[in-house]
Design a protein around this ligand. Structure first.
Ligand code: CA
Length: 241
């Protein structure tokens, strides 16, 4: 398993692609091309790991191999599409078979797209870009706006109502995570994974501390608190602060 931690040169608010592939050579080709595209990624080597990573990382897109050890790609797809929290994550299925039956089964399972092996990497990347444009329109821009908040992830700058705000690196990553999907509720664990990385041993209380700092920084020049606490669930970026 490999995971690109924030700060490794990839934009922290770039879309996250989960690659599920058991063949090392295939994984290498995919991860090379996906990181060359400036996307963040997580990699699972089998179906079980994939289900776990989806839970933890909340990817924006899954590239899922059909033939996997233990839990098959088909089963992974079926389970993800059956759950409310994961059913909207687009899935591109990779398969070595191209029988019509399998295609139909793949589509019935809810896979959003289908690529038959051996595939052209360029074609797969084009489909990945196409889906991401649809699900994450903001991610193709470096500048995201929500209400009076403008975040420029390239220049690492945040303004509110036109006035520059000073944010620490953790607060900046928290805000860009929130701004990806305004209104979405993020649990402390999800924020930990997103902002500190999967292998960090940071306590969830640390999240609260940085949320406090972020709120303070956001209201430095006035304006309501844009981060809502959702009792028992986590935090979200929300105008009703
Ligand atoms: Ca395989």
């Amino acid at each position: 398993m490999a995971d690109l931690a924030p700060g490794s040169g990839v934009n922290a608010s770039a879309p996250l692609v989960l690659i599920v592939e058991d063949e090392p050579a295939q994984r290498e080709v995919l991860s090379y091309n996906i990181s060359a595209e400036g996307l963040r990624m997580a990699i699972a080597e089998d179906g079980e790991e994939a289900l776990l990573l989806v839970e933890e990382e909340q990817p924006d897109l899954i590239v899922l191999d059909w033939m996997l050890p233990n839990v098959s790609g088909l089963e992974v797809c079926r389970r993800l599409k059956a759950r409310k929290a994961t059913k909207n994550i687009p899935i591109i299925m990779l398969t070595a078979r191209n029988e019509e039956d399998d295609r139909v089964r793949g589509i019935e399972t809810g896979a959003d797209d289908y690529v038959v092996k051996p595939y052209s990497v360029n074609e797969l990347m084009a489909r990945i870009r196409g889906i991401l444009r649809r699900v994450r329109p903001a991610s193709s821009d470096e500048i995201i706006q929500y209400g009076d908040i403008v975040l420029d992830s390239e220049k690492y700058k945040v303004t509110r109502n036109g006035k520059a705000l000073k944010l620490g690196p953790i607060e900046f990553r928290l805000l860009s995570t929130f701004m990806e999907k305004p209104g979405r509720v993020w649990s402390r664990d999800q924020l930990l994974t997103r902002v500190w990385g999967r292998d960090s041993d940071v306590d969830t209380r640390t999240v609260d501390v940085h949320i406090g700092r972020l709120r303070k920084a956001m209201s430095k020049h006035g304006g309501i608190n844009p981060i809502r606490t959702v009792r028992g669930a986590g935090y979200s970026l929300d105008d009703d602060g």
